[in-house]
Design a protein around this ligand. Structure first.
Ligand SMILES: [Zn+2]
Length: 189
Protein backbone atom coordinates (compact mmCIF):
# COMPACT_ATOMS: atom_id res chain seq x y z
CA UNK A 1 0.00 0.00 0.00
CA UNK A 2 1.42 3.37 -1.05
CA UNK A 3 0.65 4.86 2.35
CA UNK A 4 3.23 2.60 3.92
CA UNK A 5 6.00 3.29 1.44
CA UNK A 6 8.34 5.45 3.50
CA UNK A 7 11.47 4.84 1.46
CA UNK A 8 13.24 7.91 0.14
CA UNK A 9 14.52 7.96 -3.47
CA UNK A 10 18.18 7.23 -4.23
CA UNK A 11 20.89 8.28 -1.81
CA UNK A 12 18.41 10.17 0.36
CA UNK A 13 17.34 6.80 1.74
CA UNK A 14 20.73 6.56 3.46
CA UNK A 15 20.01 9.90 5.14
CA UNK A 16 16.59 8.63 6.26
CA UNK A 17 18.15 5.46 7.67
CA UNK A 18 20.76 7.54 9.45
CA UNK A 19 18.10 9.81 11.00
CA UNK A 20 16.19 6.71 12.12
CA UNK A 21 19.19 5.33 14.03
CA UNK A 22 17.43 7.20 16.82
CA UNK A 23 13.90 5.87 17.22
CA UNK A 24 11.10 4.95 19.57
CA UNK A 25 10.30 1.33 18.59
CA UNK A 26 6.68 0.17 18.51
CA UNK A 27 7.25 -2.70 20.93
CA UNK A 28 9.19 -0.96 23.70
CA UNK A 29 8.18 2.69 23.18
CA UNK A 30 11.55 3.61 24.66
CA UNK A 31 13.90 6.07 23.01
CA UNK A 32 16.61 3.98 21.37
CA UNK A 33 19.93 5.10 19.93
CA UNK A 34 21.59 2.58 17.62
CA UNK A 35 24.62 4.79 16.88
CA UNK A 36 26.81 3.78 19.88
CA UNK A 37 26.67 0.13 18.78
CA UNK A 38 26.98 0.98 15.08
CA UNK A 39 30.11 3.05 15.63
CA UNK A 40 31.60 0.43 17.96
CA UNK A 41 31.02 -2.61 15.75
CA UNK A 42 32.21 -2.41 12.15
CA UNK A 43 30.10 -5.37 11.02
CA UNK A 44 26.90 -3.75 12.33
CA UNK A 45 27.89 -0.51 10.58
CA UNK A 46 28.44 -2.34 7.27
CA UNK A 47 25.04 -4.00 7.60
CA UNK A 48 23.30 -0.70 8.26
CA UNK A 49 25.23 1.37 5.71
CA UNK A 50 26.70 -0.98 3.08
CA UNK A 51 29.64 0.49 1.21
CA UNK A 52 29.67 3.67 3.29
CA UNK A 53 33.01 4.26 4.97
CA UNK A 54 33.53 6.13 8.21
CA UNK A 55 36.52 8.41 8.61
CA UNK A 56 38.32 9.38 11.83
CA UNK A 57 36.30 12.58 12.11
CA UNK A 58 33.04 10.58 12.15
CA UNK A 59 33.05 10.13 15.91
CA UNK A 60 29.96 9.04 17.79
CA UNK A 61 29.53 12.56 19.20
CA UNK A 62 29.84 14.18 15.78
CA UNK A 63 27.39 11.76 14.16
CA UNK A 64 24.90 12.24 17.00
CA UNK A 65 25.18 16.00 16.58
CA UNK A 66 24.58 15.72 12.83
CA UNK A 67 21.61 13.41 13.34
CA UNK A 68 19.96 15.66 15.89
CA UNK A 69 20.51 18.70 13.62
CA UNK A 70 18.99 16.86 10.65
CA UNK A 71 15.98 15.91 12.77
CA UNK A 72 15.44 19.56 13.60
CA UNK A 73 16.04 20.66 10.01
CA UNK A 74 13.61 18.23 8.43
CA UNK A 75 10.76 19.50 10.59
CA UNK A 76 10.67 22.44 8.20
CA UNK A 77 11.23 25.17 10.79
CA UNK A 78 12.88 28.52 9.95
CA UNK A 79 15.76 27.38 12.11
CA UNK A 80 16.42 24.62 9.56
CA UNK A 81 18.26 26.96 7.20
CA UNK A 82 20.69 28.11 9.86
CA UNK A 83 21.33 24.54 11.00
CA UNK A 84 21.98 23.22 7.49
CA UNK A 85 24.07 26.20 6.42
CA UNK A 86 26.40 25.61 9.37
CA UNK A 87 27.00 22.04 8.15
CA UNK A 88 27.42 23.17 4.53
CA UNK A 89 30.02 25.69 5.70
CA UNK A 90 32.03 23.16 7.74
CA UNK A 91 31.77 20.01 5.62
CA UNK A 92 34.43 19.05 3.09
CA UNK A 93 32.36 19.35 -0.06
CA UNK A 94 33.11 19.86 -3.71
CA UNK A 95 30.94 20.88 -6.65
CA UNK A 96 31.07 18.53 -9.58
CA UNK A 97 29.63 18.70 -13.03
CA UNK A 98 28.35 15.34 -14.18
CA UNK A 99 26.71 14.20 -17.38
CA UNK A 100 23.60 12.24 -16.53
CA UNK A 101 21.52 10.77 -19.36
CA UNK A 102 22.91 13.32 -21.80
CA UNK A 103 22.28 16.34 -19.56
CA UNK A 104 24.96 18.15 -17.59
CA UNK A 105 24.09 18.34 -13.93
CA UNK A 106 25.73 20.01 -10.98
CA UNK A 107 26.07 17.86 -7.89
CA UNK A 108 27.56 18.36 -4.46
CA UNK A 109 29.98 15.62 -3.48
CA UNK A 110 32.04 14.89 -0.40
CA UNK A 111 35.71 15.72 -0.81
CA UNK A 112 36.89 12.67 1.10
CA UNK A 113 35.43 9.43 2.35
CA UNK A 114 33.83 10.77 5.53
CA UNK A 115 30.31 9.62 6.32
CA UNK A 116 29.13 12.95 7.78
CA UNK A 117 30.38 14.77 4.66
CA UNK A 118 28.61 12.23 2.47
CA UNK A 119 25.34 12.76 4.40
CA UNK A 120 25.64 16.56 4.22
CA UNK A 121 26.35 16.39 0.45
CA UNK A 122 23.34 14.13 -0.05
CA UNK A 123 21.10 16.57 1.86
CA UNK A 124 22.42 19.42 -0.35
CA UNK A 125 21.54 17.47 -3.51
CA UNK A 126 18.11 16.62 -2.11
CA UNK A 127 17.41 20.31 -1.43
CA UNK A 128 18.40 21.12 -5.03
CA UNK A 129 16.10 18.41 -6.39
CA UNK A 130 13.21 19.40 -4.13
CA UNK A 131 13.14 16.02 -2.41
CA UNK A 132 14.43 17.23 0.94
CA UNK A 133 11.12 18.90 1.86
CA UNK A 134 9.43 15.50 1.55
CA UNK A 135 11.66 13.91 4.15
CA UNK A 136 9.69 14.40 7.37
CA UNK A 137 9.58 13.25 10.95
CA UNK A 138 6.31 12.05 12.45
CA UNK A 139 5.01 14.43 15.16
CA UNK A 140 3.83 11.39 17.10
CA UNK A 141 6.72 8.94 17.18
CA UNK A 142 9.51 10.98 15.51
CA UNK A 143 10.08 8.31 12.83
CA UNK A 144 11.55 9.76 9.62
CA UNK A 145 9.65 8.91 6.43
CA UNK A 146 9.52 10.11 2.85
CA UNK A 147 6.23 11.68 1.81
CA UNK A 148 5.15 10.06 -1.48
CA UNK A 149 1.72 11.72 -1.58
CA UNK A 150 0.85 13.78 -4.63
CA UNK A 151 0.41 17.05 -2.70
CA UNK A 152 3.20 16.41 -0.20
CA UNK A 153 0.79 16.97 2.69
CA UNK A 154 1.47 13.84 4.70
CA UNK A 155 2.15 14.59 8.38
CA UNK A 156 2.10 11.27 10.19
CA UNK A 157 4.23 8.19 9.65
CA UNK A 158 1.10 6.13 8.87
CA UNK A 159 -2.61 6.40 9.45
CA UNK A 160 -3.05 2.70 10.08
CA UNK A 161 -0.94 -0.05 11.52
CA UNK A 162 0.64 -2.27 8.92
CA UNK A 163 3.98 -3.07 7.41
CA UNK A 164 7.23 -3.57 9.33
CA UNK A 165 7.31 -0.01 10.66
CA UNK A 166 3.55 0.24 11.02
CA UNK A 167 2.24 2.56 13.64
CA UNK A 168 -1.05 4.29 14.10
CA UNK A 169 0.18 7.77 15.05
CA UNK A 170 -2.29 9.63 12.82
CA UNK A 171 -5.16 7.48 14.09
CA UNK A 172 -4.06 7.93 17.70
CA UNK A 173 -3.94 11.71 17.16
CA UNK A 174 -7.41 11.71 15.56
CA UNK A 175 -8.87 9.75 18.46
CA UNK A 176 -7.18 12.07 20.96
CA UNK A 177 -8.53 15.14 19.15
CA UNK A 178 -12.02 13.59 19.05
CA UNK A 179 -11.90 12.78 22.78
CA UNK A 180 -10.72 16.32 23.53
CA UNK A 181 -13.65 17.76 21.55
CA UNK A 182 -16.09 15.42 23.29
CA UNK A 183 -14.65 16.37 26.67
CA UNK A 184 -15.17 20.06 25.87
CA UNK A 185 -18.76 19.35 24.76
CA UNK A 186 -19.48 17.44 27.96
CA UNK A 187 -17.95 20.22 30.00
CA UNK A 188 -19.97 22.93 28.25
CA UNK A 189 -23.16 20.87 28.21
ZN1 LIG B 1 4.50 8.05 13.94
Amino acid sequence: MADHNQTAPGELEVVRKFINTWSIPNDTRLETDALPELTRMQNRWSEAFPGKARSRTDTLTELQRLRSDLRRACQGTADGDRILNAWFRDAALVLRSRIDEGATRLTVEPRGTGFADYIVATVANAIASGEWSRLKTCPGCQWAFFDHTRNGGKRWCGMTKGGPDGRACGTIAKVAAYRAREAVKTHVG
